[in-house]
Design a protein around this ligand. Structure first.
Ligand code: HEM
Length: 272
């Protein structure tokens, strides 16, 4: 069985096709190759890319707390449509979250096709990885594990955002992070998602030949530098942001549950 397990150029596991008993040795009845594996690959790349772009934007929105409480409040109300309609509609946030959940489930489901199925494949892959010492194959392994962790950690956060869209704001978020004990989850989620996203974008670039120069080795090295910088930048931004929420949450702990009221609360777009 293990002789049937192969990895492709990007280090992904797959089963070698068995020759069909009736067509073995004859050329005339060669079965047509299905296009579905390629289509599913494109779909997996596309959902991964959309999620990665969403997460970069998400980190910038969430980190507006570093500017001021009012800045984060403004961003939160913006996504509730408060500046387009007469009042904020938190359900709009739930709609965006629902789309993100659909993409997340789709992406995870497509990625699962490539996970080792059963102990033998798992073992074969580990032996292959250890013997091969190929950095991109090891990266795939890290991505598989961080992706697996995201199944659980991201789901908790997404469910929270889906069902409590109105509780996004400077005090509301800080209370959730500190008094609601979400900070350990966010800390682990931050590392898992930034590692996963950084490796994912790097692998996408390699797979589809983006930014490929005349010297493949050199472009691979350059892409690796971009990958490290990407993860380092977003992990640092996330840590500083998380620390700010923790700080604010601790200071607000005695009033946990109280909503943020902006200084100019007479404005027509503020929450009543
Ligand atoms: C539309 C969907 C999403 C919304 C509306 C959203 C919103 C937020 C908000 C408001 C915060 C600040 C803390 C809080 O209020 O609890 C936050 C933090 C965070 N979110 Fe999301 N999020 C979404 C999706 C995701 C996804 C898919 C991931 C990762 C897979 C993620 C990872 C994180 C992390 C790691 C933090 C902590 C931030 C930090 O360390 O600075 N979020 N999110």
């Amino acid at each position: 069985m293990s002789s049937l397990i192969k990895t492709n150029a990007s280090g992904e596991l797959g089963l070698q096709a068995m020759p069909h008993p009736q067509t073995h040795g004859t050329a005339q009845t060669k079965p047509r190759k299905s296009r579905w594996p390629a289509r599913l690959d494109v779909l997996q790349s596309a959902t991964g890319l959309i999620l990665a772009v969403f997460l970069m934007a998400h980190m910038f929105f969430v980190s507006t707390i570093l500017i001021s409480q009012q800045a984060f409040y403004t961003v939160a109300r913006f996504f509730e449509g408060a500046y387009f309609f007469a009042r904020p509609y938190p359900a709009l946030v739930s709609c965006v979250v629902a789309v993100v959940i659909a993409l997340f489930i789709g992406h995870a489901g497509l990625a699962m096709r490539k996970f080792p199925a059963g102990f033998r494949q798992f073992n074969a892959f580990c032996r292959h990885k250890n013997r091969f010492h190929h950095s991109d194959t090891s990266l795939w392994w890290i991505q598989a594990w961080t992706g697996f962790a995201l199944f659980f950690m991201a789901t908790i956060h997404l469910y929270d955002m889906l069902t409590q869209p109105a509780l996004i704001g400077p005090f509301e978020s800080a209370d959730r992070v500190w008094s609601g004990n979400m900070w350990p989850l966010y800390l682990a989620l931050l590392f898992a998602v930034e590692l996963h996203g950084g490796i994912g974008l790097y692998r996408l670039a390699i797979k589809w030949g983006w930014l490929e120069g005349s010297d493949p080795q050199r472009s691979r090295r350059r892409l690796a530098i971009v990958r490290y910088s990407f993860s380092a930048f977003f992990v640092t931004l996330g840590l500083v942001t998380l620390l700010t929420y923790i700080d604010l949450g601790r200071a607000h702990a005695d009033h946990a549950g109280e909503r943020y009221i902006p200084p100019q609360s007479i404005s027509s777009v503020d929450r009543r």
